[in-house]
Structures are given as C-alpha cells and as structure tokens.
Design a protein around this ligand. Structure first.
Ligand SMILES: [Zn+2]
Length: 406
C-alpha cells in the first residue's frame, strides 16, 4: 500500500509549476550553461534529507547527483545493496529558425499539453525523476537499496556530463539505470550506437585551366563515396533495432571553380546495432579511404567525430521484467519492450558498467524531440512520477520486506 499512499502525495499543480520553472531556464546547448538547472533542482530539494552534490564539470556547466542511501545501511555495506540510478540531462537542443506558436522558454499550458524547449527532451523526465525522489524522501519511505538521480550536462552534443560522472566513479555501484528520455511512458530496452567519421582527402592545388598539374581532392572524395555506396557492412538485423544505417551528412571542399581543390572532407553518420564493433568499422572505412586516395595519388585522414555505443538489455533481464510488471500494474496496460532511434547518456554508462540493465522510460513524445513547439502530455508527466516511485519500490524493496527475487 506504500504505492497508493505515495501516489496521493503528488501535488499535481506544484509538479506542473516545477516543470514550467525548469523549461523557463534556457539551457540550450551549445553553449549549455546548465548550472542554473542544477541549482534550481538543488534549491528545490534542499529542505529534504536527500544528499545533494553539485559538480562543476566546465564553466557554468554543472552535474547534480542526488542520493537517498538504503535505510539503516552502514556506509560500508551501502555499496553491496542494490542501487537504482535515475538518469537525465539538463541541456536542450537550440530553438531553431522556424517560428514557434508558443514561446520556447515560457512553459505555456494549452489543454493537456505543456509547451516549451525541453518539455519532451527531457526536462519532463528530469522533473518527474526529481519529484519521485522528493516524494519518497518526504514520505520517509525506507528503501532496502540506494536510489540516485544523476543529472548531467551536455548530452545533446557529446555526453560531457555522463563522461565526467563515469570518470569520477559517481555511479560505479549502480545495479540498474533508468534513462528518462522520451518514450511516451513505454518500456524501451535498446537504442542504436552512433559513429561519426570525417574522411579528409588532401590533393595538390593548380590553376583550374590546367587540372592536369594538380590532384583534385573532390575527385578523391567522390571515389570514396562511390566505394562506400557499394560497400556492404557485416551486421545482423536486430530484433528490436532493425538495420544498421549510414548517412553521408556533410561535405566540404574547394575554394573556387577555377582552382583545383587541395582539400575536401566528408562526414558520415553510421548508426550501429548490437554485434557491430566500432573499431572494426573505423578500420574498414580507413581501408576504403586509403584505396580511394591512392587511386588519384591523394593523401587522406580519418577522424572520429562521435563514438557512442549502442545500448541493449535483454527483455528477459529480471530488472526489465520488474519494470514491465510495474508499468502494467500502475496503468493496467500491456507493455512490449521496444527500441528507439536516438542515443542517450547510457551509451557512456552501459559500456563502463558492463552488463548493467538499462531501461529507457520517460513521459516525452519521441517524435517531438528537437522539434519546434515541443510539448509534453501533462497526464503522462504525472504518470511518470508515479512509475518512477513504483519502480523504486518494486526493484529496491522497502526495508524489512524481505529479499526480492531480482
Ligand atoms: Zn534527450
């Protein structure tokens, strides 16, 4: 009955006002400046017994770690308990050039929807996780395991905050992670990896009227792209994530029509599925680039611009089974685990904490992330608070309730 009692503690108007206040803080990345978000949350929780730790990872860019240690656990044994980590990022993508119907940093509510940059991705997830912790602290729920919230900077660009958290060992004792990215409150167990490679060809400049005296770097890149289009990467279609993909996203080269270009670069975005090895892909691309460059006597270079692992947890993992049961019992709704196309901070966490189960579950709408007039459904936001609390109870168990089966 802890669950019903806890659900009654949620002050819906206050929860909405809290989310609005986070949307009203501009934390567009670049530049980020997420410190204000971290401080607003710290301020909010300062009256509770939650442990709060700000961590400035760059100028005006601050991670926040919130923890509620297991009840009655001596410091030494706390790390042997289960530890559930709620994970969210404080930055948002820019507003973009398209005019918004509702101001991006106001948090306007229209009917069932709350509008604003970050409403979906992912200040609603962050606010719901924070309020779940606050509610449990205020109700003085004694959990048999540790509950943490790891709020990070920089997810939208390079997962800077998550990398810092890993470097400092801040979530090393985690036994399960929930990422509150937008899933429309559905159970998500996988996302693809991302590997961005920039291939640069170096030629030799000459007057455009005498191309035979130069080496054309654009021609070299052209050969590379032709080879790439014909190349078949080895991978197995993943039951949840489907195919690996390649997008040729950017090309840069040349200074003038009458000059033989001596430099041209192309950047490709490869989305990978479990089983693909990023290092092996870099080696294959390097071979393609080498052959293309040699065919026109150009030089070449391959740079890794982004390298994020895919994330996958088996639907049969006990933690995922618990999450499905929690979801179904909270909302009387069947749940079948699925995958999403975006990447998350778990790309940093899962390879570091080998084998750790990761659940992606948040109130935002996946199709609205990074869009103008981004919104979150208010009812889903409130449901997410309920789900996070129920999952903490089901997975960590209330102290004294005996061992759990997961
Ligand atoms: Zn996000």
């Amino acid at each position: 009955m802890e669950r019903e009692n806890l659900f009654r503690q949620i002050d819906e108007a206050d929860a909405l006002a809290f989310l609005q206040s986070l949307i009203q803080i501009n934390s567009v990345n670049p530049p980020g400046a997420e410190r204000a978000v971290a401080e607003a949350i710290k301020q909010r929780l300062s009256g509770t017994d939650l442990q709060l730790q700000l961590d400035e990872v760059a100028e005006r860019r601050t991670n926040l770690l919130v923890s509620r240690p297991a009840a009655g656990a001596p410091e030494a044994s706390a790390k042997e308990r289960k530890t559930l980590v709620f994970s969210g990022h404080f930055d948002t993508v820019p507003v973009g050039d398209v005019k918004w119907k509702h101001p991006a940093f106001a948090g306007v509510q229209v009917g069932d929807r709350l509008y604003g940059r970050g409403a979906t991705d992912m200040k609603s997830g962050v606010a719901a996780m924070v309020l779940a912790l606050e509610c449990m602290a205020k109700a003085n729920i004694k959990l048999a395991g540790n509950l943490l919230f790891m709020g990070t900077v920089g997810e939208e660009v390079d997962c800077l905050g998550a990398r810092e958290a890993v470097k400092k060992g801040q979530i090393d004792h985690a036994t399960a992670i929930v990422v509150g990215e937008p899933t429309s409150n559905q159970v998500v167990i996988a996302h693809k990896g991302a590997l961005w490679l920039e291939v640069t060809m170096f030629g030799k400049t000459a007057h455009g009227s005498m191309p035979e005296h130069g080496i054309n770097a654009i021609q070299a890149v052209n050969r590379f792209i032709t080879a790439l289009n014909e190349y078949r990467f080895q991978f197995e279609i993943h039951p949840v994530l489907g195919n690996s993909t390649i997008n040729i996203g950017m090309i840069r080269g040349g200074v003038s029509p009458n000059v033989v270009p001596d430099k041209c670069s192309v950047t490709i975005d490869i989305r990978t599925v479990p089983g693909q090895d990023h290092q092996a892909i870099v080696a294959e691309i390097t071979q393609l680039a080498k052959r293309a460059s040699e065919s026109v006597s150009a030089g070449f270079q391959v740079d890794i611009r982004n390298d994020l692992a895919c994330v996958h947890t088996s639907a049969d993992h006990p933690f995922i089974k618990t999450a499905i049961r929690t979801h179904e019992s909270c909302f009387q709704q069947k749940s079948s685990p699925r995958g999403v196309n975006y990447y998350t901070d778990a790309s940093v966490y899962q390879p570091h904490l080998k084998g750790i189960p990761v659940l992606i579950y948040g109130p935002g709408e996946p199709g609205l992330a990074h869009q103008p007039d981004e919104w979150v459904d208010v009812a889903k936001y409130l449901d997410a608070i309920r789900f996070y609390m129920a999952l903490a109870l089901d997975y960590l168990q209330v102290a004294g309730d005996g061992p759990s089966d997961n």
